[in-house]
Design a protein around this ligand. Structure first.
Ligand code: ZN
Length: 476
């Protein structure tokens, strides 16, 4: 099986340089905000970011979201979006003021509880001042009404992210930042929540989101789709992809509800791959433990300008008909990345290294090349190759979180672990990881500790060499 799909994410160096320049003011703003923590505390304002060094304004401090109820209407012709977001959250400190992340669009009203709240926009921060301060521990409900023409953000690596209009709707994928282009929220994987997403589109179009379809109703030439994502989800994994789609629904032998939506232009190529979804999920369940969600599926769009697929929770979005390796990859993310989430973008190898290694394992167990062969071919690359440019567990900045070392060298590190501890322990580590952190979070340090505990081995040198050190390791 060919591996380097990550190549597709790499963008020309020129684009990268511009993107880095664009990021500087953001970093400066965060430094300024952090400059007087005492003053911030006295005013009891929530921080404008959760403290992620790669995306300093991503997420917000001071509260924890429980649930999002999003009611959206989209008109693909005019590209106009109407939105209402009801965000239920708990204050983790006293709050006289707090932020939601929202980029672009026009906010027409904000209430906190039953009271109108004051608000202002400051870059990607929607700064809300409730009429009455919220005491620590209090659960509160924020309602934001908004509208406008959503536009994607350009990530530091040059790729488009967020609400990306297509010729018949929109391709909606939010990793790492794009959720804020279509709904206000706490835009960092640290804060997971359940979602109800209701989407209204012109009759004949289909609006696909995460989880289970509760209902579908057409009236006056418009169709409303009601989706429920019951298990906690990171904001970047939410989708609301709209298009002209062929829909297929069934239930797997394990009782998982499958909903596939396929652009007719991609249907012929997608069909043989999508047919394998139940067997891929069953195979992964055997390796990684029970599939973590009640729903599954795929959205295969025709969105050539996107250039990547995303593991949107329960229902990955593909910008074109996927090959089998990509299907295996995005499916593996349901365990690694979606159910077990990052607390920091720096740990992204826990997502991409694992999903890439799943591809190697799939090939190995389905008549393709062995994982050892994949490892050896990569190891043969010269020391100057991009593969060795940085340590997988230390991409350095947001521009490199989807680069080759994260995917390929991350998978190599897992292969080293596997050969060091043997198959039984290795797969027990993967299953325990998925089970212990299900619907939650995991860090690199927690993973390495788990591997040491279950193997009874000191794996310090192995992990230091393979995920913690830049440059080609001396020995394979
Ligand atoms: Zn991936």
């Amino acid at each position: 099986m060919t591996l380097p799909r990550q190549q597709a994410f790499g963008r020309p160096a020129v684009l990268r340089r511009e993107a880095v320049a664009a990021v500087v003011p953001v970093a400066v703003a965060a430094l300024l905000a952090a400059a007087s923590p005492a003053a911030a505390a006295a005013a009891a304002g929530g921080a404008p970011g959760v403290g992620d060094p790669y995306f300093t304004l991503a997420g917000n401090g001071g509260y924890d979201v429980r649930h999002y109820a999003l009611t959206l209407g989209y008109d693909p012709g005019s590209r106009h979006l109407d939105g209402k977001a009801v965000v239920t959250a708990r204050a983790t400190q006293r709050l006289t003021r707090f932020d939601l992340d929202l980029k672009g669009l026009k906010v027409t009203g904000v209430t906190v509880g039953h009271d109108k709240a004051a608000f202002r926009r400051d870059g990607q921060e929607l700064v809300i001042t409730p009429k009455h301060a919220l005491r620590e521990g209090r659960e509160f409900r924020v309602t934001v009404t908004y509208a406008g023409k959503p536009a994607p953000v350009t990530d530091p690596d040059g790729s488009l992210d967020g609400w990306i209009p297509t010729d018949d709707g929109a391709f909606v994928a939010g990793e790492p930042q794009g959720a804020m282009t279509w709904f206000p929220g706490n835009n960092h994987p640290k804060d997971k929540a359940s979602y109800d997403i209701t989407l209204t589109v012109p009759e004949g179009r289909t609006a696909v989101s995460n989880g289970v379809l509760l209902g579908r109703r057409t009236a006056h030439g418009r169709t409303t789709f009601r989706w429920r994502q019951a298990e906690p989800m990171a904001a970047y994994l939410a989708t609301a992809t709209v298009g002209t789609f062929e829909v297929e629904r069934y239930r797997t032998a394990d009782g998982i509800e499958v909903y596939n939506a396929v652009d007719p232009r991609e249907a012929a190529e997608a069909a043989p791959v999508l047919k394998k979804l139940p067997s891929v999920l069953a195979w992964e369940s055997k390796l990684f433990g029970p599939y973590p969600f009640r729903a599954a599926g795929a959205v295969v769009d025709h969105a050539p300008r996107v250039g990547y697929a995303l593991e949107t929770q329960t229902r990955p979005v593909y910008d074109r008909a996927p090959d089998l390796g990509t299907l295996v990859h995005e499916s593996a993310h349901q365990w690694f990345g979606d159910s077990v989430s990052l607390t920091s973008w720096k740990d992204i190898w826990l997502n991409e290294g694992f999903a890439t290694y799943a591809e190697w394992l799939y090939a190995e167990q389905h008549g393709g090349e062995s994982a050892q062969k994949a490892f050896d071919d990569l190891y043969a690359r010269p020391a100057a190759d991009d593969l060795w440019a940085f340590a997988p567990a230390d991409p350095g900045d947001g521009a490199h979180i989807f680069a080759t070392p994260v995917y390929a060298r991350g998978a190599m590190a897992l292969h080293k672990l596997r050969t060091a501890v043997g198959d039984p322990v290795f797969f027990r580590v993967l299953r325990t990881w998925a089970a212990d952190h299900r619907d939650g979070h995991g860090t690199t340090a927690q993973f390495t500790r788990l591997a040491e505990r279950l193997s009874g081995k000191d794996l310090d040198a192995l992990f230091r060499t393979w995920i913690g050190t830049a440059g080609k390791p001396q020995r394979p």
